[in-house]
Design a protein around this ligand. Sequence first.
Ligand code: PRP
Length: 179
Amino acid sequence: MHNDLEKILFTEQEIANRVKEMADVINKDFENRPITLVVILKGSAIFAADLVRHLTSDIDIEFIRLSSYGNGSVSSQKVDIIGGLNFDVNGKNIIVVEDIIDTGTTLSKFKEIILSQNPESLKICSLLNKPARRVSVIEADYKGFDIENEFVVGYGLDYAQKYRNLPYIGVLKRSVYEK
Ligand code: PRP
């Protein structure tokens, strides 16, 4: 385990098993209908790369970067797509892939943007869910694990851009982010 971690929450094997289970559910739901996976960078890239290899539909993968900013209050936070939405949503089966839903602000705003473009269907797939911090009303259709209100890193999740490459997910020591 990395020295900066307090404990491991999900091992590499546990994550792999859960990702496969999530893909199995998606495969059943979509019955080989084509899917456009919309991957929200950066954190979700690792999860999406593993998930997509278990999906049996024809898959189109789009990567987007979001910037969120506001005037200090979470409810007034705005979410913009960096570079705009530069792919077709109209008539597509969209699955948005996230590594974590925390306050829910990012996804609830992004969901509005996608819905305004008339997709055939829209589903949310998130590896982690942290319900204790939720501000916006949003739930994933496909969810990996519920977690407590702890600072998690690894498997794509970062602190100050570090730890994304850890193959497992763990809790960061307080001393690391409070120094
Ligand atoms: C994280 C995560 C989600 C968002 C969730 O991204 O990947 O996009 O925060 O938070 P919310 O539910 O409170 O809106 P981050 O902005 O850290 O970018 P990154 O993936 O590039 O690290």
